[in-house]
Design a protein around this ligand. Sequence first.
Ligand SMILES: [Zn+2]
Length: 870
Amino acid sequence: MTFPWKKLRSHASVAAAVLGVAALLGSATRADRPYAPSRDYHLENVRVALHFDIDQRKVIGDVTHTLSTLHAGLTHLDFDCAELTVSSARVNGKDAPFDLREDKLHVQLAQPAKAGEKFEVELKYEGKPTSGLYFILPDKDDPGRAKEIWTQGEAEDTHHYIPIYDYPNDRTTSEMILTVPGDWLTVSNGKLLNVQDAPDGQKTWTWRQSLPVSTYLISFVAGEYKEKKDTWHNIPISYNVPRGMEDTIDTTFSHTKEMLDFFSDRFGVQYPWEQYAQTAVYDFVASGMENVSATTLAARDMVHADLASEKPEAADSLISHEMTHQWFGDLVTCKDWTNTWLNEGFATFGATLWEEHYYGADASSYRYWREQNSWMQSRELYPIPIVTRDINDSVEYVGNVYDKAGWVIHMLREQLGDEAFFRALKHYLEANRLQNVVSADLAKAIEESSGTNVDQFFDQWIYGAGAPRFIVRSTYDDAGRKVSLSIKQTQKVEAHVGLFRVPVEVSITTSKGEKNFPIEVSKADETFTFAVDGPPLMVLFDKGDKILKSVDFQKSPEEWIRQLRTASDVPDRADAAFALGLLRDNEAAANALGEAAQHDKFWGVREEALRALGRINSQPARKQVLSALSNDQPWVRAVAVEQLGRFHSDDEIDKRLQNIYKDDKAYSVRGAALQSLALDKAPNSEPILERALMTPSPDDVLQSAALRAMGSLADNSVVSALMEWSSPGKPSALRSVAIGSLGHVDLKNHDITARLISYLNESSFDIRFAAIFALGRRGDPTAVEPLEAMLKTGQVGIGVPHALEDLIAQLKGQGGPQKGLSGADQKNGDAVSSNNQAVLDRLDHLEQQLTDMNDRLRRIEASLPGSKSD
Ligand SMILES: [Zn+2]
């Protein structure tokens, strides 16, 4: 799913995304249990008491399950249980024999159970889990950091800290009793019942979740936290951050209550839980997790107060995504991971719904336009249906259940109309409240509430794969005053991809005004004719971009220019900007783009016009970009500055970039200037980057930009700085960037390779992944052995093993970093033989996919000056 110009080079965010994928879906989940398991019992309540040996990273637990059997004749009760040592089991108060085999704890019953028989099973255990439960403690990189313990249950990791039934297809109430140091705060699900003194200056916190939920949604966070409290309709609201991050609370969470109102109203069902807590944790394995009534967020996604004005929508995308899950995911939960889109597609849709409400329809339609282009370009995602039980590569699966599913729900809304669509959502939520669902439950709710049969829609968009790829040609018959549109569906019809039947609005503007013609397209090749009152000035196919698709529609430069200037919808103007960016020797196109870059009423079109000018890369384009550098919004300005890095280096541009770096008010724009200076290979850029490394900035934005720019400069003069900043002891986020940049410099230097190899053993995933990408970039075969060792650990995340195997095979075949290099390659500082280019492309592609997915939640492009246009 790539937008070529959205490529980000943040290795840290890639690592976070890899982990996010792993955590959200779990590598075993898809492969081993595509179907929900049959159940022996229904879990009614889970009461779990935990305390910790913090220095030993050990959890000590006592869990009591209340359950009732679902069929007769059971001789034992099974619980999922991994990385835990169970010391005792009691059934209805009596000791019971038990054994642990292959992550299942079998507890013997005294005699075969009857159907519907109730049991209380108490288990005592302890363990040092490596997933499910995480201890974040001060270390040499960050000796002063706040201590934290937090959990991540999805997909199936709760059983790494509680022996439990660990699949979504059952729901239980729960009690979480946490004994922690007296000055710590805890956050868990539902309602805080009490906090009591415990021995050794500790305190015991008791939480109760009184409505039943799937066990992956059980969670807690405990640690040295600062809390801000509020209420919403008498429900406690809290915002919790690690001590030291208090400044981020207001800039990150300020829209929470308004969002709760908005979603309660829009979904037609009041927010259903007893509190809403949002808690930021360090080193989180995703950007956010919708634990029931207690969302966990990544501390790195909190918005620094000094950077808030540089981000178009703060952290709203993430906050609204997780909040939507409180209805779609938590109140109504997918029955198995095959139906994850019912969680993630709706959360993605909900975030854009909030964006439309708060930031306007231009912002949301621009987001859909970008996601469409990115998704349509992904050859891996295209042939796979949203619902499939036959998936080997979960990375691709994730791309469909988030982005494509969000788009599909958006289309459903367009086709049903708001009144019927939102009534259907309300009915779906009410009919399936506190239950687990499959896709058919949604189709049924829509039909029941609106009478509309959506079977065909579901067949092509949910159970079928792909999307239409149109070729459209328009002709005008002056004598008959008719416009004819020839429309072809050119996607290859095979496997899960068919011909699409879609409603499309055709808009034709003449000198007398605009007329809209609704049509239904369903054939491989068809022609529609429209009566008009004069020669067409502008013809739009799918006005406003309501259908997920790609379109090849040939138009004259004049038509595109008119469309850029006058089309009412953002996607149509953005399409025109893109098309004009392909016209290299057309000064009128450059001028029109320049005008749009400065004056289009929506910032996204201004950005697209700037990117188009960057692609044109001519003298007139250069002039237009220079004129657009004073754009009000910092994120638009950053895009303009990025384009300057694409033009041939000259003194004027270098001077402008240096001044922007010195004077711009926005850190992200200053960072973009560093990156462009480096890409220009501007003289003197190395000392400027060195100085930037010493310049303090919020969230280390400038330092990070300087380190990234050093990689783009790819000059041996920056090696010592990159080596220093890659070392343990420097902030982890900056280390990751420095490591990434080491992939681009002094490629014959085996000391760099050796250093990168040493980072493969570090505990931090961010560092390890940055090192993998950098080693791949360098093409050095001494990396083979450590990469193979890393692959064997199995701890590399979904999608990564394939890329790692390819990389290893290629490095083996290559024989040495110098081999296979042309003079030109070496001059470019790029150790890429054509031989391993395919591997690098694959690594880049993986990086791209993961980054884009992460970006979906994080809106980081505005804050990452290193994002590189193409
Ligand atoms: Zn989600």
